[in-house]
Design a protein around this ligand. Sequence first.
Ligand code: GRF
Length: 223
Amino acid sequence: MASALREPLRVAVMVSGRGSNLQALLNSADAPDSPASIGLVVSNVPNVQALERAKVAGIRTEVVPHRDFDSREAFEREMSDVLESASPDIICQAGFMRILTPWFIERWNGRLINIHPSLLPAFPGLKTHERALEAGVRVHGCTVHMVRSEVDSGPIIGQAAVPVLPNDDPDSLAERVLQAEHRLYPTCLKLIAEGKVQIGSDSVFLATDLCDERQVLLNPAAV
Ligand code: GRF
């Protein structure tokens, strides 16, 4: 149960680029009563917009450039050491574009979550919006899930759905999904921080009172 005495959840965020999801997390964590506190933003790419966003918010940033390392393992060991320095309860991947080895995932087992721009298990991997349009789905969306060594798999924490419109192209659909991402990720993180969604090493427990059985997205809409 949420408690006024609960310590804020310590959060680290892994990024590689634009950082619009990071921004949504920063905005939410900035609320005076936020149950989550972002202590570190770490990027594997220097000079990206996400780092600027973190600096503006006064959050510590680190860069661990993967290109500087001889092996994926060496890169991940350094990344892990940097993360450890922030003692995170949860690590959010937010547009982090490197595939992680089982070693790293095991090291942070139960604490590593990601946002993916599709309704998993549909469309894991890249170019999700193109593939959703090709497949002709009427509903698309995004997923926050725990990270497993199989890419874009892992127990689902939350999902947000949006309609696919007749004139959509990948960019217009991506924009609609991105707006949903910006609502879903902070929502999931807040619920985790409040202890309302429990994430274990292999499972996610969601309280039934968080779910609204009347919510249906019809596309085409009912006439
Ligand atoms: C988002 O669509 C996210 O779902 C995917 O990469 C994109 C990152 O965008 N993993 P941003 O860096 O958060 O703006």
